[in-house]
Design a protein around this ligand. Structure first.
Ligand SMILES: [Zn+2]
Ligand SMILES: [Zn+2]
Length: 309
């Protein structure tokens, strides 16, 4: 056989990737980013046009506003206590049925399954302010707030999901995630429909379903953007995390982000009694009811005043 024929039959040389940035972006990652763009465009249009137009033409009822507030609290705490402090950081333990309720509440916030959320979040802690940080604040406010969702993620690493992907409750939640999202949104329509017919259902869905989801999404996004750009750093300057009491008011205590980055497994984010941290209060309440155990604390040392819960 001639040398030219041998060269023609030889297998192609293996591709060598020198860094993860060289890896071609898969269709799946690109499709995921496009899906996020479409989803957020639909939600944005509903919030900017549908919600005010309905209010102008039909007016929202006390039920719509009450359900807006109630679901903001439930789905918000589902993220802060369920997805963040429990699933991501294991800052306490609880029975599986309690974990299941917390993860269902988190699913109603439309922030992906607990497994995906925790995997991204642990990578944020491991590579804060670096290229592999999914919400890298060094790339500016827009990217860290929500722009990262619309960009194919080249640095996804299954190792950050290893532990949580072995949790049967989290696996169950991921399996039924689309159904859980539908129950959260569809439930608002059903309640409004029972109370006030078809248009009552539409109003409740727009305000307590879509409008509330938009509010919870943006308050969570503020932790990744505002709390890495503006605020004080009383606990450490090894990364860009900052404390913001204002963000804590919207996010059930998650705004004390500088402390959280320094002591990620602490069940508290606000360590002083005057810190607004309802997520910590819920965990303490579960503890008093014997529904939460092994509450973890950081080794925080302060001379005066003493840290309090
Ligand atoms: Zn952070
Ligand atoms: Zn965290």
């Amino acid at each position: 056989m001639s040398q030219t024929a041998q060269q023609r039959m030889a297998p192609p040389p293996p591709t060598v990737f020198n860094s993860s940035a060289d890896i071609p972006i898969s269709m799946g990652k690109r499709r995921h980013a496009i899906w996020n763009i479409v989803l957020f465009c639909v939600i944005g249009l509903c919030v900017m046009i549908g919600v005010p137009l309905y209010g102008y033409l039909y007016h929202y009822t006390w039920l719509d506003w009450s359900l807006f507030g109630l679901l903001y609290i439930i789905s918000g705490l589902g993220i802060t206590v369920g997805y963040h402090r429990l699933a991501s950081h294991r800052s306490f333990d609880c029975p599986n049925w309690v974990k299941g309720i917390l993860l269902i509440a988190g699913a109603w916030a439309l922030q992906n399954s607990a497994i995906k959320w925790a995997s991204d979040h642990l990578r944020h802690h491991a590579h804060c302010d670096e290229e592999k940080d999914p919400y890298n604040a060094q790339l500016g406010f827009w990217h860290s707030h929500c722009g990262w969702l619309f960009t194919p993620d080249q640095h996804q690493d299954p190792k950050y999901a290893t532990r949580i992907a072995n949790d049967p409750v989290a696996v169950w939640q991921q399996k039924y995630y689309p159904l859980l999202v539908l129950t959260g949104l569809g439930g608002t329509f059903l309640i409004g429909f029972i109370h006030n017919g078809l248009m009552g259902g539409v109003g409740c869905f727009l305000l307590a379903g879509v409008g509330r989801t938009f509010a919870v999404l943006n308050s969570t996004f503020c932790i990744n953007s505002v709390c890495h750009l503006w605020g004080r750093q009383p606990h450490g300057t090894s990364d860009s995390s900052r404390d913001s009491w204002l963000v804590s008011l919207m996010t059930f205590g998650e705004g004390y982000h500088n402390y959280h980055h320094m002591y990620p497994t602490d069940f508290r984010n606000g360590i002083h009694w005057y810190h607004f941290d309802p997520s910590k209060w819920l965990i303490l309440g579960l503890y008093r009811l014997r529904l939460a155990t092994s509450l973890r604390r950081g080794t925080y040392v302060e001379t005066s005043p003493a840290p309090m819960t």
